[in-house]
Design a protein around this ligand. Structure first.
Ligand code: B4P
Length: 190
């Protein structure tokens, strides 16, 4: 079973590469950003609360996203494996994910981190914001806040997987195809 954590700052290419990985390996894509945006689109209570935080570039509480992932794991018991995209974003989320997978006799195969500098992240997100309609992609100040949240709360997650010898970092700048090849070189070795 391949359980991959795709890691990196906002705009690093996690969603983009996830789409290619699910096509290649037939894995289930679990993007907490997409799950939250779906709650917002449906106007649920959870979505309304999440929107307030997301629009400010802040993380949603751990319990909310862990609950969503837990439900999705339960709903996909026969999956060949999962790509976790945008999750875990805190060490508490990483610990909860290990516990959830362990209870199902499974584990994370590895984390692949996409490295991209802040200026390029801002450029990509503002470009996406022109078409996507995502409020968090349209304002440079909010984008910088998201990058700061990432640096403060999410970068320690890399250390969590390094300590388990499950961490690989790759250059996230270049063509989408070249980056995909670099990721699959890593995943083929799992
Ligand atoms: P996400 O939806 O995860 O947002 P993201 O990090 O911006 O997306 P991603 O990184 O996948 O975008 P991609 O690089 O593919 O989260 C949004 C918000 O939800 C968070 O700020 C937070 O509030 C909340 N949230 C989500 N998960 C949470 C959690 N676990 N805990 C707490 N809160 C959570 O794409 C970016 C752009 O770059 C695209 O336009 C793409 O076309 C372009 N691009 C990709 N690869 C490229 C390349 N090689 N060259 C040039 N451009 C490229």
């Amino acid at each position: 079973m391949l359980n991959l954590v795709l890691f990196g700052p906002p705009g690093a290419g996690k969603g983009t590469q996830s789409q290619k990985l699910i096509e290649k390996y037939g894995l289930i894509h679990l993007s907490t950003g997409d799950l939250l945006r779906s709650e917002i689109a449906q106007g649920t209570e959870l979505g309304l609360e999440a929107k307030k935080l997301m629009d400010q570039g802040l993380l949603v509480p751990d319990a909310v996203v862990i609950g969503m992932i837990s439900n999705k794991l339960d709903a996909n018991k026969d999956a060949k494996g999962f790509i976790f995209d945008g999750f875990p974003r805190t060490v508490a989320q990483a610990e909860a994910l290990d516990t959830l997978l362990e209870s199902k006799g499974s584990a994370i195969s590895g984390m692949v981190a996409l490295e991209v500098g802040d200026d390029e992240l801002e450029r990509r997100l503002l470009l996406r914001g022109k078409d996507s309609g995502r409020p968090d992609d349209q304002n440079p100040e909010i984008i910088r806040k998201r990058i700061k949240e990432y640096n403060d709360k999410t970068t320690p997650v890399a250390g969590y997987y390094k300590a388990q010898d499950k961490f690989t970092s790759i250059n996230g700048i270049g063509s989408i195809e070249d980056i995909f090849s670099a990721i699959t070189e890593v995943t083929e070795a799992y």
